[in-house]
Design a protein around this ligand. Sequence first.
Ligand SMILES: Cc1cc2nc3c(=O)[nH]c(=O)nc-3n(C[C@H](O)[C@H](O)[C@H](O)COP(=O)(O)OP(=O)(O)OC[C@H]3O[C@@H](n4cnc5c(N)ncnc54)[C@H](O)[C@@H]3O)c2cc1C
Length: 411
Amino acid sequence: MAEGVTRCEVLVVGAGPGGGAAALHSARAGLNVLLIEDHPEIGTPVHCGECISDLAVSNLNLELPDEVISKRVDGIRVVFPDGTDTKLSEPGYVLEKHLFERWIANEAENAGAKLQLSHKLTGVERIEVDGKFTEWHCTGKGDLFPIRAQIIIDASGVAGVCSKLLDLNPRPKVIAGMQYEVLDVPTDGYLDFYIWPEYAKKGYLWMIPKCDGRANIGLVTEDRKGAVKDLEAFIENTHFSELGKQNPPWRESSDKIRGFGGTIPISGPHENTHADGLMLIGDAAGFTSPLFEGGSHLALKSAIFAAETAAIAISSGDISAASLSAYPRLWKAEFPPYGKILKGKNALYNLTDDEMSIMGRCFPKEMSDMGISGKTMIGLRLAIRRPSLYFKKIIPAMLAFGYSRAKYYGW
Ligand SMILES: Cc1cc2nc3c(=O)[nH]c(=O)nc-3n(C[C@H](O)[C@H](O)[C@H](O)COP(=O)(O)OP(=O)(O)OC[C@H]3O[C@@H](n4cnc5c(N)ncnc54)[C@H](O)[C@@H]3O)c2cc1C
């Protein structure tokens, strides 16, 4: 082996929520883990609305420290184009997401993982002995390169660096997300999600309340070029226009006030989420929730599955694709049916504003504990008000809301 080569059993690429959790659980399983992050610090710029449900927190066994929590919230209120609203009550948190990601990475370090910032993976080469895969030779920007790792867990987010370098999956379709931090925002403790296609094409807008009257006001839209202009028009034309904007706490307050955001993959889980010595997790695997595009819960859970799989594979001495095929089996058994929810989302965006509002008016004010009788009641109301909507696949559109709940990894 040439001098100056860094060796580890597991190389985790990207220290977002997925990468931090993968490093944490791999280290806890006793593996020799290196976590690298392209940026000089973890979690910034924030590219997230920052909410996570109680159910996710308990599903992931997280004991959130106070400093990462910005606000307790009671659930989601969906607002339709005519202002009709309905609630999906289920409690959760709005986080200071950059502090949350730093906390997870610190936990990973405490468990024995090595964290290296300002390290960007740019090349991977398979090493084989007698025709059998043995490890990866990784190159990139940063002092620790080249790095040799038996398993790579790719948590590089929408960049999907390993899919790109190895031509493993096509580039996913993405949707743009953008938000501003706004001050003195009135709230009753719900996340407000506005399905208003006028401003957010095939997406939605949000008001996500934080502590001290702060809130993230943002949108996701398929019109990537128009995202900033449309968000500003929404703020200008609603009660938010009276309120001031500021830079979020992780950005210099003296800097020009700017929005912050990113892109979110919306093609669904990639065809190939594993290969010899490789697993893709979180956004890098295409794991996002189709209707409201949340991805943190999915990233954190897929990280646990990948770490468990890595531990078993390394201890058995078999890191082949066949051995790592346990990983896709785990996530497929657990994650909700993307295709089915996507069908519902497409049906929803096929409706006119007026039809969406009629649908909203047929919903009860509270949707979280709707049983069979509640659903039947909605069906009857629709049949009376606009029976033609049944031909526009209204049922899958309505079901998509149910799938936005925490138990289906909606948030
Ligand atoms: C505007 C917006 C709002 C959102 N709101 C929510 C929300 O409220 N709730 C929710 O659950 N989800 C939300 N999401 C989605 C959520 O942010 C992502 O699903 C989640 O961050 C995915 O986590 P991850 O660890 O897979 O990837 P990421 O968080 O994207 O982390 C990837 C990391 O990898 C690093 N990296 C990339 N390439 C390399 C490389 N070559 N070498 C080294 N490091 C690399 C990046 O710098 C980054 O730190 C939102 C997304 C956007 C854009």
